[in-house]
Ligand binder design. Structure first.
Ligand code: UDP
Ligand code: MG
Length: 309
């Protein structure tokens, strides 16, 4: 019988875990597969880990890996992918925003032969217009700038065939944007659309800074266009400053006037601003090179009683 692993990163989800587990079990018990649920506790500070450990004792097919601290959603997912054993691995959030009712549809697509079944969030209930619009704009920018193609609304609710999981496992970069990395694999991909309901309980665990980091990783990780932009901008402003120099010399020799203080200040500010922007972009890449060169492990596990592949 084919096996399916469902990996679920959780960070302070104590009020969601039981409901989520029940909902998934109800759907999966009707499916003709052996299945298991692998929670990755991302350093929760509430009773999430205790609740899951209890579930693990009661059910043979529920497992938990506990990270030693909060590493973030993408690293928690990676840890799940590294340890999941199924012929297919499905990643989903533990707050019911990725509806378990959709699981059969993902599995049917897998049976049809697709190695990647990606869900596309058409809409999210109860989310502000601002978040929707910024997310739309973000996908436009990323698709324009980078080598990867990410569909607007692409989420981390997806099924990967064992072949795709193993291939993805070879990508060990530290600043991860799995949604983009999956598209680099080049396997056959099917899309399934859904409308995300509001969270069952609790608040979003994605702070603005976590979201910004993911957004920057998505662009800088797959595109050198910003670096190229610094070169073009640098050339443009070098040309401009050369024109200014000619102008200044012309004024100096022909009119013998003292040039205005304002002009100097204005241009100094413009150039200082541009240089700082360019340095910032270079810094983004440099920082990533530094992280990769150190080549630290992506995560540390707290519990050692884990199943190995
Ligand atoms: N999550 C995690 N580590 C984090 C933040 C979130 O493991 O640092 C988990 C969280 O518990 C949930 C999933 O990732 O299961 C998605 O997070 P959330 O629902 O807060 O994101 P949103 O749906 O608001 O984008
Ligand atoms: Mg959520």
């Amino acid at each position: 019988m084919k096996t399916v692993s469902i990996i679920v990163p959780v960070y302070n989800e104590e009020d969601n875990i039981l409901h989520f587990t029940e909902a998934v079990s109800e759907v999966m018990n009707k499916e003709p597969y052996e299945w298991d649920l692998l929670f990755i506790d991302d350093g929760s500070k509430d009773s999430s880990l205790d609740i899951i450990e209890k579930l693990q004792i009661e059910h043979d097919n529920i497992h938990v890996l506990a990270l030693s601290r909060n590493y973030g959603h993408q690293i928690a997912l990676t840890c799940g992918l590294d340890h999941a054993t199924g012929d297919a691995v499905i990643s989903m959030d533990g707050d019911m925003q990725h509806p378990p009712a959709l699981l059969p549809e993902l599995l049917r697509k897998w049976e049809e032969g697709f190695e990647i079944v990606q869900t596309i969030r058409k809409d999210t209930e109860g989310v502000s217009m601002l978040k929707k619009k910024t997310s739309e704009l973000y996908y436009k920018i990323i698709n324009r700038l980078s080598t990867i193609r990410v569909r607007p609304g692409g989420s981390d609710f997806r099924l990967l065939d064992r072949k795709a999981v193993d291939a993805l496992g070879e990508y060990r970069e530290h600043d991860r944007f799995l949604r983009g990395m999956v598209t680099l694999l080049g396997f056959r991909e099917a899309d399934v659309e859904f409308v995300a309901p509001p969270r069952f309980a609790g608040k979003s665990k994605f702070s603005v800074s976590k979201m910004m980091k993911l957004a920057v990783d998505g662009i800088v990780g797959y595109s050198v266009v910003p670096l190229r932009f610094t070169f073009v901008a640098g050339m443009l402003f070098a040309l401009l400053s050369f024109c200014l120099l000619v102008h200044a010399l012309f004024v100096y020799f022909c009119y013998e006037t003292v040039s205005g203080w304002t002009t100097i200040i204005v241009f100094m500010s413009i150039f200082a601003g541009i240089q700082l922007i360019i340095l910032g972009i270079i810094g983004e890449y440099l920082g990533r090179i530094y992280t990769e060169v150190k080549n630290r492990p992506l995560y540390q596990l707290k519990n050692t009683k884990i199943r190995k592949k």
